[in-house]
Write a protein that binds this ligand. Structure first.
Ligand code: SAM
Length: 236
């Protein structure tokens, strides 16, 4: 399915309808996907840090290092269990949002246990419907989440909206490999998407080309270069 930028309607090319579902049907599918995400992360929450703490660590470390050099307000979209929260320097004001109450509960406990003073708020919220005003944040971080959400373009729209002009979005994720063995493994894992809670075959091109988010750089991360950090600047 192609998205229309708002993630809620069928599209046509050269007059040909390629997805004939009504907006109501598309909305229904999004709700089902949301249910699948909630179910997946309810299962992952108690063991997430143990399973994904180290696997995703190199990307988190690089992102935090970069974010700590920035100023002002940071929004972490898909903050999960809040593994990065204790690592932000005190000059930042941090807000985290996540769809999963189970993941957020772990994040809230971490913030309370470690008395993390940089965190202003943690909200249960959908990344495609952010409850913030335009231009509220200097930095938006989306780590290992853009390949999870049912409508990634709609998330980018919201990221662009809540960023100040000149602000920066930092995306970290596994994006589809260009070929070879890794691409074959990703393809083989794709039918397990709902169970895994993310899309193994998600191409990086899906986060590039937003008219208000100019590409600054992409860095490959880690020993096997499986993950990437993408920096986008809010323009316009
Ligand atoms: C793979 S985890 C990443 C968590 C954390 N950023 C990290 O680095 O470990 C993906 C997170 O995205 C959240 N998520 C999925 N869909 C979402 C949505 N539509 N809005 C907000 N969060 C969402 C999930 O609940 C989960 O906590």
């Amino acid at each position: 399915m192609l998205e229309d930028g708002k993630g809620n309607v069928a599209v046509a090319t050269a007059g040909q309808v390629i997805d004939a579902r009504t907006p109501v049907e598309v909305e229904e599918e999004a709700r089902l996907d949301e249910k699948a995400v909630l179910a997946a992360y309810s299962r992952w929450a108690p063991i997430y840090d143990w399973v994904f703490g180290r696997v995703f660590e190199a990307g988190r470390r690089l992102a935090v290092e970069h974010i700590n050099k920035r100023q002002g307000r940071l929004l972490e979209v898909g903050v999960g269990t809040g593994l990065t929260l204790p690592r932000y320097l005190p000059h930042l004001k941090v807000t985290g949002i996540d769809l999963s109450p189970d993941m957020l509960a772990v994040a809230k406990k971490r913030v309370a246990d470690q008395n993390v003073s940089t965190v202003e708020a943690l909200h249960e919220m959908d990344a495609t419907r952010l409850g913030f005003a335009d231009g509220e944040f200097d930095t938006v971080a989306v780590m290992y989440t853009i390949t999870v959400v049912p409508h990634p373009w709609a998330v980018l729209e919201e990221v662009a909206r809540v960023l100040k002009p000149g602000g920066e979005a930092i995306l970290v994720s596994h994006f589809a490999s260009d070929g070879g063995l890794y691409a074959a493994v990703e393809k083989a894992l794709t039918p397990l998407t709902k169970r895994l809670g993310w899309r193994p075959d998600f191409p990086v091109s899906r986060v590039l080309g937003h008219p208000r988010l100019e590409h600054v750089e992409t860095r490959r991360i880690g020993f096997l270069r499986l993950f990437r950090l993408v920096r986008l600047r809010r323009v316009g």
